[in-house]
Ligand binder design. Structure first.
Ligand code: BTN
Length: 231
């Protein structure tokens, strides 16, 4: 199958952020770097992406301008990591976790009629130091994944995802719900500036989180960060 990303891979030793570089490139491409000096996370955070410790990848595409792709990409990565033997799950909206710790972050950005999907997968780290309670890597889960093979699988998965969009939505949604470890949990999330507690009840047809708050009201969130309160 023709894969436009595989035909346009930009490989770099070091870059500020593969997301930024993909936007600079403008045309359809995949940017992969050994090291990011200013890796971007969600909500303006840094994403630690040291030399050769993981797959730091962004694709730029201009055909489908939908923020839903962030959830679809989560499904793609979750499936691939499971094929490698990792018990991957999706923490809404799109972190991939193993045993409750983050192994992959996804940052989708839209600008100038282009979408960049940035994916960071932790592969070879042995110690996350003060992040040890929240971050993990394939290595720490005793799984070895070759970075080149993973790159090829991810680019195939993302290419197929864009062909599947939107007709295969039901299948992506079902998989998302099946592997979402946020559902049926007591969680906390910011709503209009206030931290609210509730139960994650469902993922709706637009991949939004449906919450039942402590006062019984139902709220739907299309973005945000989930906290699991200590019980
Ligand atoms: C998050 O979990 O906060 C999202 C992290 C996304 C990180 C990836 S690494 C490749 C791409 N380039 C970036 O600067 N960020 C994304």
């Amino acid at each position: 199958m023709e894969n436009i990303f595989k035909n346009n891979i930009i490989r770099l030793k070091e870059i500020d952020s593969t997301n930024l570089e993909a936007f600079r490139h403008k045309a359809t491409c995949a940017v992969v770097a050994d090291c990011q000096t200013a890796g971007k996370g969600r909500m303006g955070r840094n994403f630690i992406s040291d030399n050769n410790q993981g797959l730091w990848l962004s694709i730029l595409e201009t055909d489908i301008l939908s923020s839903e792709l962030t959830a679809w990409a989560g499904v793609v990565i979750c499936k691939i990591l499971r094929k490698h033997g990792l018990e991957a799950q999706i923490k809404w909206p799109n972190d991939i976790q193993v045993n409750g710790k983050k192994i992959c972050g996804i940052l989708c950005e839209m600008k100038n009629q282009a979408v960049v999907i940035g994916i960071g997968i932790n592969l070879y780290q042995e110690d996350f130091k003060d992040l040890s309670s929240i971050a993990t890597s394939a290595k720490l889960c005793n799984i070895f994944i070759d970075k080149e093979i993973l790159l090829s699988e991810v680019l195939d998965g993302l290419n197929q995802m864009l062909l599947d969009y939107p007709s295969k939505k039901e299948a992506y949604l079902q998989y998302f719900k099946e592997k979402c470890n946020t559902l049926n949990q007591e969680i906390a999330i910011q709503i209009e500036g206030n931290m609210k507690k509730g139960i994650a009840k469902d993922i709706d047809n637009d991949f939004r989180l449906v919450l039942e708050l402590s006062d019984g009201s139902i709220v739907t969130k299309d973005s945000g960060e989930i906290f699991t309160p200590r019980l």
